[in-house]
Design a protein around this ligand. Structure first.
Ligand code: FAD
Length: 424
């Protein structure tokens, strides 16, 4: 079933990857996005750049509910909840807490994320080759760092699960850790080097190049917002934009945090909340960071980018439209100061840049990938939460395979845990 007319709504990392994979299959692709692909409006612009096969643990884990009061009060911690947003967040939070209420549930989610991420670096290598973006990807491995062995042991369950699922790592201490991460202080810390891991030094530019590659294959980018879906007798026949309606054989929703409005119109339930994250970029950090580092106590990705050292992290749950809390960016900076004694002391006064983005997060930590049960011809690839960059290439391959087979069929491998029907 080649050569379908496919409308892709949203050109973040997921939409751009899907557009490229679909165009390579010979489909006639039109991508809608009112913004510059890879620009700062999108989550795909400012993320930590990690493409890690180890990112398989969901945020929700047993006992989380006991910590919620602390998250409401602690303005310095890696997870914050805005009190004023609680009424809006409650239904999502309830599902979120339940999704991780037992280790069996966490294990099941980790297994699903493992299917999505186990070969993420290789899949991205392929996509980057197609897009002439190889210079943005680095296959050096990734480094998780604990302040001491005791902290790692407190997190043992998560690493045991990773080991069970085939994620491998090398423990590094003392000189061996220093050799990989000269910026870390000498004493006491434990590093876990995940050699399979890769990273992207400019995630926004990667999106731009992926979309450009799709355009070379005939895809069109229309700088327009999709205002609604064109529906006819239980079928999605196109999209509505300001210049007018556009007809398609298939419509794929890849609109990140804005996907639920379109899903609702089709009769699908898509419970997404924004897990807002922040970044700070220090143009003159004066640090040697040959591979990215994730300090466990700061839960942030520290990654070198062409603009400088990017500190990306924090989770803040707040209702849509709430103002950014730039104090969160200050927390990232303060943490970096503690982690890297050699960080340029003038960093705070430099022209650092700050950014806030919306992780499009489902309560169970799994993305939505697959056809709409409510509306024929409509597909979803959204809700990738913390792993949208890492998972984009595999997502695009699944969507392309699924769409090419049938309009309402299942994903290759038939994995219902990714289907939107789980929220009905
Ligand atoms: C601080 C932070 C750090 C992160 N670190 C990592 C990391 O290291 N590794 C990783 O894998 N992930 C990471 N993530 C998560 C990752 O960035 C997201 O999961 C991913 O970018 C989501 O991509 P997306 O394409 O679904 O959404 P987006 O990038 O938000 O793109 C959605 C696009 O849809 C467009 N759109 C919306 N509505 C419409 C409409 N109606 N019509 C047309 N277009 C529309 C928007 O303009 C936008 O361009 C991080 C996120 C944050 C915030």
């Amino acid at each position: 079933m080649n050569g379908l007319r496919i409308g892709v709504v949203g050109a973040g990392i997921v939409g751009a990857s899907c557009a490229l994979a679909l165009a390579r299959e010979g489909h006639e692709v039109t991508v809608f996005d009112p913004h510059r692909p890879g620009g700062p409006h999108a989550a795909s612009h400012g993320n930590g750049g990690w493409i890690s096969p180890a990112s398989i643990l969901p945020m929700s884990s047993p006992g989380l509910w006991k910590k919620i009061p602390g998250y409401l009060l602690d303005r310095q911690g890696p997870l914050a909840l805005r009190v004023s947003s609680l009424p809006w967040l409650m239904p999502w939070l309830w599902r979120f807490v339940r999704a991780g209420s037992t280790w069996d549930k966490v294990r099941a989610t980790a297994m699903s994320l493992h299917r999505l991420l186990h070969d993420a670096p290789d899949r991205h290598r392929e996509f980057a080759q197609w897009a002439h973006a190889g210079h943005l990807l680095h296959h050096t491995g990734l480094l998780y760092v604990y302040p001491h062995r005791g902290a790692f042991e407190a997190d043992a369950m998560a690493w045991q699960l990773r080991r069970e699922l085939g994620v491998s790592w090398v423990e590094l201490e003392g000189d061996a850790l220093q050799a990989r991460a000269p910026a870390l202080p000498r004493a006491g810390q434990l590093g876990l080097w995940v050699p399979e891991g890769a990273w992207c030094s400019d995630p926004g530019d990667y999106v731009r190049l992926l979309l450009q590659a799709a355009q070379r294959l005939g895809a069109e980018h229309r700088q327009a917002q999709v205002k609604g879906l064109q529906l006819h007798q239980g079928r999605c026949t196109g999209v509505l934009t300001d210049p007018g309606p556009c007809g398609f054989d298939r419509v794929l929703i890849t609109a990140g945090i804005d996907s639920p409005q379109l899903a609702r119109q089709a009769g699908d339930v898509l419970p997404l909340a924004s897990e807002r994250g922040y970044h700070v970029v220090l143009p003159h950090a004066a640090l040697d960071l040959p591979i990215p580092i994730m300090p466990s106590d700061g839960r942030m990705a520290n990654t070198m980018t062409p603009q400088g050292l990017r500190l990306a992290g924090q989770v803040e749950l707040a209702r849509p439209g709430a103002d950014p809390d730039w104090a969160r960016a200050g927390v990232l900076l303060a943490h970096a100061r503690r982690t890297y004694p050699a960080l340029n002391p003038d960093a705070r006064r430099q022209d650092l840049s700050r950014w806030m983005g919306h992780r499009p997060s489902t309560p169970d930590g799994l993305p939505v990938i697959g056809p709409s049960p409510a509306c024929e011809g409509l597909w979803y690839a959204c809700g990738h939460g913390h792993v949208g960059l890492a998972a984009a290439a595999r997502t695009a391959l699944w969507v392309t395979q699924g769409i090419s087979v049938s309009s309402s069929g299942t994903l290759p491998g038939d994995w219902p845990e990714f289907g939107i029907g789980r929220f009905a």
